[in-house]
Write a protein that binds this ligand. Sequence first.
Ligand code: CIR
Length: 265
Amino acid sequence: MTDRSFRFTHAISRKPSASITDGLRAVDTGTPDLELFASHHADYVLALKETGAEVLVLDALEAYPDAVFVEDTALCLQEGAIVMRPGAPSRLGEAAEMAPHLRRLYAEVREISGADSYIEGGDILTTETEILVGRSARTNAAGIEELRQLVADWGYSVREVITPEGVLHFKTDCSLLDGETVLATERLAASGCFDGYKVILTAEGEEAAANTIRFNDLVLMPAGFPKTRDRLVEAGYNLREIGNSEAAKLDGGMSCLSLRFSPNT
Ligand code: CIR
């Protein structure tokens, strides 16, 4: 078994901007505080760097309140990167802002370009054997089909799955923990999309812990979910809890805050 789905040499992240107060959210649970968000973000970046990766931290983008959630702008594979077409109209321009940075790091950058194609990185889980893409309010069949065609010659197979109703992104409810194991909410695992994988479930009432990331030897998880944390520690993962209270007000978690990759070139 290879480990390219969780061993990375690089990450890209972007500082939160003062405009996060206008960020998209399904339910208003309060206004995010920039100072606290920035401090959580700094802890996050430090943890990524600690694993030995090179982390590019981009400047805040005031024009795009959700631009701190860089994951949605691209899918980064070893062979190249694919620039997404976010389904949220206010976020479409973020992908174009990311493209030049990817072009500096990758020899090949492709783009989702169909006028009817929508797809966001938060709906994509890359494992050792396949790319799972959840259809959601942000990601449609045309977007998934275009992705399938764009990665076929790199040898990837794309499997369409369903993001649960009312859940923002597929990865809001799951994360990869290693080459064969995922962390998932019960409601998502019940759909059967992880048959063939080992599944660790989030504890009841701790569904928001599902959006963690495995990054080299660390698992970064949002702070405040002790039962799920204990399950992961017991399973032998090297955990780091990161404050996520402000990103959570905008439906964001650990995966949203970075693009993680090891370019071949
Ligand atoms: C949005 O609604 O687009 C942002 N407020 C949150 C994006 C979170 N991104 C992610 O899960 N990959």
